[in-house]
Design a protein around this ligand. Structure first.
Ligand SMILES: [Zn+2]
Length: 298
């Protein structure tokens, strides 16, 4: 079947990892989990701001939401669903999948999925591991995802990075277990390396035209949808500063935060966007829509 809008790019997937600024893995050495409840939570106002940005640009997105956040902010979960976005799981307590054994991961996934489904009133089929923490040492995590009723994962970053990554894994969606897709966040192939081009700190670091060009390469050269991700705290210029963090973590966390909302607005307007499940699982929820039909240019 040909794309009905031949000159246009494939639809890309917009995703938000719903967590607060003090839950970021790089900050874990400086803020104890036991102190999370004492931190000023800013996630609800930031998610509401994102919902407004998406409404203004008529984009539907996927929200990979922490169970810990859902439990404390049930209205946030209901707002996401009510506005037509996909509710998906980021696990319960933002523990890296690579730090858990099978039973602990199963518990984390089951707890988050049940909580989100209960609050949202929708089935949750997608999961993104905190810090893209599925890699060559814990591929068994895919078995646990399939066993716990997930239909897709977006948990592998096919790059070399100091905290995560599996540079030799496929760059685009593939069936990793029967009935379970892995949908890696987007990279651009340059020579023999994969460069990250899917959001987070890289999007804030690079000038916007460079990020736009990288994503267009994926749409026009690879002819694949791109997967973009960001966090609610990445548009929050007034968040409390974690001054005790090391210089590298502070740089990664705060670089260009003041410019990010305007950039995201532009990004939402410059590309076609949709939810992960709609783009990759098709109308009946069956795998098979992973590769879009070829683009035909007149
Ligand atoms: Zn996260």
């Amino acid at each position: 079947m040909l794309d009905p809008t031949p000159a246009r790019s494939p639809r890309n997937a917009m995703s938000i990892d719903v967590e607060d600024y003090f839950q970021v893995s790089a900050m874990a050495p400086y803020i104890r989990r036991a102190d999370w409840d004492a931190c000023e939570c800013r996630v609800e106002r930031n998610v509401n701001r994102i919902l407004q940005l998406l409404a203004d640009t008529q984009v539907h997105a996927t929200f990979f939401t922490l169970g810990w956040i859902a439990e404390r902010y049930p209205q946030l979960v209901k707002n996401i669903v009510a506005q037509g976005h996909e509710l998906a799981s980021h696990g319960y307590g933002h523990e890296r999948a690579s730090d858990l054994d099978r039973d602990a991961l199963r518990q984390d996934l089951t707890r988050a999925k049940a909580l989100l489904e209960d609050l949202g009133g929708v089935e949750v089929i997608g999961y993104r591991a905190p810090s893209f923490s599925i890699g060559k040492n814990n591929l068994w995590a895919f078995d646990v995802l399939a066993e716990t009723g997930h239909r897709y994962s977006s948990s592998v970053y096919p790059i070399a990075h100091d905290h995560y990554g599996m540079p030799d894994s496929p760059r685009f969606a593939y069936e990793v277990r029967p009935g379970l897709l892995e949908i890696p966040v987007t990279t651009v192939r340059m020579g023999s390396r994969n460069l990250p081009s899917s959001g987070g700190g890289y999007f804030r670091l690079l000038p916007y035209p460079v990020s736009r060009w990288l994503m267009r390469c994926v749409n026009t050269v690879d002819r694949e949808p791109a997967i973009f991700y960001f966090h609610p705290w990445e548009i929050d210029v007034d968040q409390p500063r974690i001054v005790q963090a090391d210089a590298k973590s502070r740089f990664r966390h705060y670089v260009n935060i003041g410019r990010n909302e305007a950039r995201l607005q532009q990004l939402l307007r410059d590309f076609r966007w949709g939810r992960m499940d709609h783009i990759f699982l098709g109308p009946n929820g069956a795998p098979g829509a992973a590769s879009p039909p070829p683009i035909v240019t007149a």
